[in-house]
Ligand binder design. Structure first.
Ligand code: DON
Length: 314
């Protein structure tokens, strides 16, 4: 368990360190391919850290609200595993990093069967969306939202409707992936309905406190340490945690593992959910992205903190 002294030290250091890391934002770019995301302020940076006793340390733009985007993929994977088990899920999606961009379908054409490499790239996450149980799109989306609300301990979690509409109107590449996967027999059902579920969970709106609370459950092997409720079976946290290390920061995953050594998942809106196993849940947001699509200031801050506080699991 982390000593109180360390949280006190964080209280003391975070404001200055956030200001220093914020300066990195100038070297990155806010995502524009989903037009609505381009409205986010480039220089925002916020971090919220919570430990197993509920002690919080935070600094910067923690009031900024943003959409989960790819961070949601960790938890839809977990829900699909809870719905169907490992064998069924991994007959439709692989377990390996790609080395390609998150929205690439290049390798899909080269492999037989055309199973997406992992559940965190778009093709894999779209297949995972097709596996969520429910009779209608609304039912599936409601189950996902309910699960996320429970993990974040926040009943008010909802959608950013503008981002949802923006992505649905411009998500042509995701749409083409869906139809390709339908053609190959990997994806079943109506492609438009599956995409609806996918766009919906990407547009769930959070702040850094929500991210940190979700991360805390992961840090404690699926148990919310504050309510003591087991929300995720330990085995599925183990699986998701491994994907976070190997593919959570896309093509920046190796470097982040070496420099920070924490399981993490990023999203194009600039969010990063990460944790120190058995100790801390951490939520970060900084909309300016590096070339790999991860928050440039967020990565800078986390690497610095991890080194100073020896958070690396390696
Ligand atoms: O499908 C998309 O492109 C977005 N909804 C999610 C992409 C994303 O967050 C990639 N991560 N860095």
């Amino acid at each position: 368990m982390i000593e109180a002294g360390e949280m006190d030290r964080l209280d003391h250091l975070l404001p200055g360190w956030v200001d220093t890391s914020r300066q990195e934002s100038i070297h990155g770019r806010v995502a524009t391919y989903i037009p609505e995301l381009s409205k986010a302020g480039r220089d925002l940076l916020g971090i919220h850290i919570i430990n197993g006793e509920g002690r919080i340390s935070e600094a910067g733009n923690t009031d900024h609200r943003f959409t989960l985007q790819s961070i949601s993929k960790v938890f839809t994977l977990i829900l699909a595993l809870m719905d169907h088990g490992e064998a069924a899920v991994f007959s439709k999606v692989g377990k390996e990093p790609t080395g390609d961009n998150f929205n690439s379908m290049m390798k899909l054409e080269l492999i037989q069967p055309a199973i997406p490499f992992n559940p965190l790239i778009n093709a894999g996450a779209i297949v995972i969306s097709s596996l969520i149980k429910g009779n209608t799109v609304e039912e599936k989306s409601a189950r996902i939202l309910q699960f996320f609300r429970k993990l974040a301990a926040n009943d008010k979690l909802g959608y950013d409707e503008d981002v949802y509409r923006s992505e649905r109107e411009t998500g042509h590449l995701n749409r083409s992936m869906g139809y390709f996967l339908l053609d190959k027999g990997i994806l079943e059902g109506e492609v438009e309905e599956v995409l609806e579920v996918y766009f919906r969970h990407c547009s769930i709106q959070v702040n850094t406190a929500d991210l940190a609370r979700m991360a805390l459950v992961m840090a404690f092997n699926g148990q919310d340490p504050l309510s003591k409720e087991q929300l995720i079976p330990k085995r599925y946290v183990q699986i998701a945690k491994t994907f976070m290390i190997t593919c959570g920061m896309y093509n920046g995953s190796g470097e982040f593992a070496i420099c920070a050594g924490m399981p993490a998942k990023s999203g194009v809106s600039g969010g990063i959910l990460t944790f120190v196993p058995g100790r801390l849940g951490i939520g970060v947001v900084g909309p300016s992205l590096n070339a790999k699509g991860n928050s440039i200031a967020g990565v800078h801050l986390l690497e610095r903190l991890s080194k100073a506080f020896e958070w690396s699991i390696f």
